[in-house]
Design a binder for this molecule. Structure first.
Ligand code: ADP
Length: 693
């Protein structure tokens, strides 16, 4: 065994006989023990007390005690030692004569741990001493371990307590945070509503004031109030939306709508902002996008408005374009991808990642040029994700940006998704002369949708030659779309060139021009040449209207025989009562596109009666099954003079999905004039209309 472990271990030898002491010391010498000697029991106890009183309180590791001593013998001394708590722990080995087994027993009873028999033998002495010292060392080590364990346990308990407390605090914070978040959303919703109500009053009043006679100064002040009010309202709406989205309270609608009309509305709203900066603004909807899709048109419009609004805001010169096309398709769903491109300031690469976070702006400096809250993109991202889509951007600093997003919509396989283009518009020769590819694309995607062919030209000379060749080949163009350059003298040049060649008189020239140019007057002086204008940005409805105008040119194309009480333009005012949104879009499309009627839609019989009491209509299309007041009851009420509609004898055409003879009879009995079944067949519709008007 390693001798080092005994070094400095203290042994107390208690013996009155010097020969014994000397022998023991001689055995122990080489082990570097610290040896203390006491010649009697009393001395031994005194020595222990002295050792204990020293600051280091270092007591012997082992006591070797002779049993036979004068005065207090070893057994008594051991008892005395064991009776004191501070010494009780020290192991005592007795020295006794081999034969004295009584002593041995007494010694154990007194608390001794072992015996060394006399006469002493080196090996026995050392074996016993080492054994007990080793036990002592192991006991010490165990005690130390136990102490460490106790300490570690205390530490763990303390940490557990802390953790427990932290969990409790975290839980109560989480509850507080949830309550606070709910309260925040509720507060924001209430506040926004409270602020919005007076804001609407303020803005409404500015509109009234602007209609009154004002000095130039007053007008400019009112416009400033209106503009500030509108931007404040915009910010409030953004904050409200964000708080609603964060509180999970924003629900998307799922209704049928016509994407082309939605894009058209967005174009109309933003046209003025684009015009102010003389930017080209176009909205292309690719021809393979279905006419009717199901989704939330209001929230879709919001994303488009945000992206297009930004594109216009951050572009000084050039073009802003929205492009909507099919991205992916399944049996019941269609994913569309919308891209908004601009030729504006672009975005630095390192800023792109954070763009879609709340309140993030590329230029957050106090001196920033462009207003805004940094919420538009964050809201757009959340909305796109709610529509099962994604949002992203590609941008080049100084060159422009392309923001894109995808969204999922439902499609209905069983409904007619393509509104047919009027037969009379087909087989016409169309020429599109425009330098701008995106503006040509707006028109050509509609022509593809309606399956109409066309020629294109980017250059004025080429366009002119195409027109001339058409005449020479006895196949003149029916319509020439022509984009009006912004400088006035260019208009003059093109118009003069055309008008000098009387053979080109058979074509209708459609001038695509920004509304502010007001060129109608100039062009109308060019009679007998026919110039009409198509305002940009071009929308689905403005293009349809333009076709209608163009083909109402010649007398034979206006079917005056059909007119009853037509308005000034020879067009019927038609009321359609129909509760299904898809059917509304389809019947409106057919009546507007085929018959050029003015169509007013209501959702049930009650609304139909109210409309007929207020306004002069010429014809009613009445669905049979409707909520609230159905078609049969509504017809009976219309025919009843007490209901006081403007024309109680107005022709009413029933629309129904059932084609059972009893129902047709019921309709006729109620006072209806004709009957069409759904889905609507164009020939059947024509017959019904002819029957009535
Ligand atoms: P806002 O426009 O109200 O500041 P947004 O969330 O809509 O907030 O846009 C955040 C930031 O993204 C804008 O402040 C601008 O720095 C940058 N950004 C957005 N759109 C464009 C764009 N078309 N061209 C350049 N920067 C843009």
């Amino acid at each position: 065994m390693n001798q080092e472990i005994w070094k400095n271990r203290t042994l107390l030898i208690v013996d009155d006989r010097p020969d014994n002491l000397n022998i023991l010391i001689s055995y122990l010498e080489k082990y570097q023990f610290r040896i203390q000697v006491a010649k009697s029991g009393h001395e031994a106890i005194n020595r222990l007390e002295v050792m204990y009183d020293r600051p280091e309180k270092r007591l012997p590791d082992l006591i070797i005690m002779d049993v036979m001593m004068p005065g207090m013998d070893g057994i008594k001394t051991c008892k005395e030692i064991k009776s004191k708590a501070e010494f009780a722990d020290i192991p005592v080995i007795f020295l006794t004569a081999l034969h004295n087994s009584k002593d041995k027993l007494k010694g154990f009873e007194a608390g001794g741990v072992d015996y060394i028999t006399k006469p002493l033998h080196n090996q026995e002495v050392m074996a016993r001493i080492k054994t007990h010292l080793t036990l002592r060392l192991q006991k010490e080590a165990l005690e130390l371990k136990a102490l460490e364990l106790e300490k570690a346990k205390l530490k763990t308990d303390a940490i557990n307590d802390q953790l427990e407390q932290a969990i409790q605090e975290a839980n109560s914070w989480a509850i507080e945070a949830l309550n606070a978040n709910d309260a925040k959303s509720q507060f924001l919703a209430n506040m926004s509503h409270e602020i919005r109500t007076p804001m609407n009053g303020i803005i409404g009043m500015t509109h009234l004031l602007l209609g009154a006679e004002l000095t130039e100064d007053q007008r400019s002040h009112v416009i400033t109030i209106r503009n500030s009010g509108e931007s404040l309202l915009h910010i409030i709406n953004d904050i409200l939306d964000l708080s609603k989205i964060e509180a999970g309270k924003l629900q998307l609608e799922n209704i049928s709508f016509d994407l082309r009309s939605t894009v058209g509305d967005v174009m109309k709203v933003l046209a003025y902002n684009a015009l102010e900066k003389q930017l080209e603004l176009n909205g292309i909807v690719h021809h393979d996008v279905p006419v009717v899709i199901n989704g939330d048109p209001v929230r879709l419009r919001q994303i488009m408005m945000n992206l297009l609004g930004n594109a216009i805001k951050f572009t000084q010169k050039g073009e802003v374009c929205l492009d909507a096309r099919v991205h992916q398709e399944s049996e019941k769903n269609i994913w569309l991808i919308f891209k908004v491109t601009d030729t504006g300031i672009g975005i630095p690469e390192d800023k792109i990642e954070s763009l879609f976070q709340n309140f993030s702006q590329v230029d957050a400096s106090v001196t920033r040029k462009f207003g805004g809250t940094g919420l538009g993109l964050a809201i757009s991202k959340q909305l796109a994700e709610m529509m099962d889509g994604e949002i992203g951007v590609n941008s080049k600093l100084g060159k422009g940006s392309e923001f894109w997003f995808t969204a999922r919509f439902e499609i209905q396989a069983d409904i007619q998704c393509r509104i047919p283009f009027p037969e009379s518009f087909k087989n016409k020769k169309i020429l599109i002369f425009d330098k701008l590819p995106n503006r040509r694309a707006v028109i050509t995607e509609y022509l593809k949708l309606w399956q109409i062919e066309w020629d294109e030209s980017e250059d004025s000379f080429d366009a002119y030659m195409k027109l001339v060749n058409g005449v020479q080949e006895r196949a003149p163009y029916d319509i020439c779309f022509w984009s009006v350059p912004q400088a006035d003298k260019d208009i003059q040049l093109f118009v003069d060139t055309i008008c000098q060649n009387t053979s080109l008189i058979h074509t209708t020239y459609v001038a695509i021009s920004p509304q502010y140019m007001n060129i109608d007057n100039k062009l109308s002086q060019k009679k007998p040449f026919r110039f009409i204008t198509l305002p940009c940005p071009i929308t689905y409805h403005s293009l349809l209207n333009c076709f209608s105008k163009a083909f109402r040119t010649t007398k034979e194309q206006i079917n005056t025989s059909k007119a009853i009480t037509q308005d000034d333009n020879g067009i019927l005012n038609v009321l359609v009562a129909e509760d299904n949104k898809v059917n509304q879009i389809i019947i409106q499309g057919i009546l507007e596109n085929h018959y050029h009627y003015h169509v007013h839609i209501v959702n049930n019989g009650r609304e139909a009666i109210t409309a007929l009491q207020k306004k002069d209509f010429d014809l009613v299309f009445m669905d049979i099954q409707m909520p609230d007041v159905d078609g049969i009851s509504a017809t009976k009420l219309i025919r009843n003079p007490l209901t006081e509609v403007k024309k109680p004898d107005i022709p009413i055409i029933a629309m129904t999905a059932h084609t059972i003879p009893e129902e047709e009879k019921e309709c006729m009995d109620a006072g209806m004039n004709a009957f069409v079944s759904k889905p609507i067949n164009l020939d059947e519709l024509k017959t019904a209309i002819n029957q009535c008007v």
